[in-house]
Design a protein around this ligand. Structure first.
Ligand SMILES: C[S@@+](CC[C@H](N)C(=O)[O-])C[C@H]1O[C@@H](n2cnc3c(N)ncnc32)[C@H](O)[C@@H]1O
Length: 289
């Protein structure tokens, strides 16, 4: 095992795309960075790289290197989900480690910009753990928390995440399909490629949001039984329009967040976020949790 002098890596949560989501801590962490590493998932996410580049240009005060690292391809509907994700993470770790070794000099500081918050359904921290475990490259990692899509969803709808004293579960569409989790009043669902809402109590309250933080953000809230079809229709239309979609929803037993007029909350263009950058032609660019 060869030892190398320490390089610093800052994992910076950047929020959901609105440049104003960056915290003051994130801005400070970027100011003196030497290199920024971006996992360039596929050609269609070139625009996501551009979004990050805009953030860098706005906040990095000196010349820096932008290093796009090719993301290894991943089977979307594998027979063995765990083994597929494991192999994918291993391949990502190898590529990132090689990029750090090649493009970050000893004593320099690099940054990885992570969508939302790095701790929430994102594999970056797990991959850095792998790199550390291999022991070939000495990296001092710092994590700067970011504003997650869960927070933005609640803020846009102006609702609390939890019922008073209630438990919350944050889960995926895949897991929700197995049924309502035990013992919780509120469930946040992320990474749901096709929300059918099948088997759910129609009296639940739903707060749904797509492209949160973007000018073309869409919000819908109401009794699930009343708005489920509208959400599916709006979602399908938006997905066709953009070529892909990212959306999230909060389901709760508490009915207090239902708007009185039950109208669809099509709030659009709220932020200064440069939404034109996020219109890649295929499916959601997000990887696995
Ligand atoms: C891989 S996870 C990344 C989550 C991210 N780390 C966070 O803190 O929000 C991607 C999922 O986050 C949610 N998401 C992220 N950004 C979003 C946005 N701008 N609008 C709606 N949902 C979003 C969606 O459920 C999407 O499938």
């Amino acid at each position: 095992m060869s030892e190398s002098p320490t390089r610093t890596l800052r994992v910076v949560g950047i929020g959901t795309g609105d440049p104003e989501h960056l915290t003051l801590q994130a801005v400070r962490a970027l100011a003196d960075i030497d290199a920024v590493f971006v996992l360039d998932k596929r050609a269609e996410t070139a625009d996501l790289v551009a979004t990050r580049k805009r953030i860098c240009d706005a906040h990095i005060a000196r010349p820096y290197r932008l290093v796009a690292v090719d993301d290894p391809p991943r089977e979307r509907n594998p027979a063995d989900y765990g083994a597929t994700v494991e192999a994918w993470h291993a391949a990502r770790a190898e590529r990132l480690e090689a990029a750090f070794a090649a493009h970050l000099g000893p004593g320099e500081a690099g940054a990885l910009l992570v969508w939302g918050d790095p701790a929430l359904y994102d594999s970056t921290l797990r991959i850095l753990e792998r790199i550390a475990a291999r022991g070939r490259l000495r990296l001092a990692c710092e994590v700067i928390p970011g504003i997650s899509s869960v927070q933005v969803l609640c803020a846009r709808h102006a609702v609390p995440l939890n019922a008073i004293g209630g438990a919350i579960c944050i889960t995926t569409g895949r897991r929700l399909a197995a049924g309502w989790p035990e013992g919780v009043e509120s469930v946040v669902v992320m990474l749901d490629g096709d929300p059918t809402f099948a088997g759910l109590d129609p009296d639940l309250t739903i707060h749904w949001g797509a492209y949160l933080g973007a000018p073309d953000e869409i919000l819908v809230a109401g009794r699930l039984g009343d708005v489920a079809d509208d959400i599916r229709r709006l979602r399908a239309e938006a997905r066709t329009r953009h070529g892909w979609i990212m959306d999230i929803y909060l389901l709760s037993r508490d009915k207090s967040g239902i708007p009185k007029d039950k109208s669809l909350g099509g709030v659009q263009g709220q932020g200064p976020w440069q939404g034109a950058a996020l219109h890649p032609p295929k499916d959601s660019p997000f990887g696995s949790p």
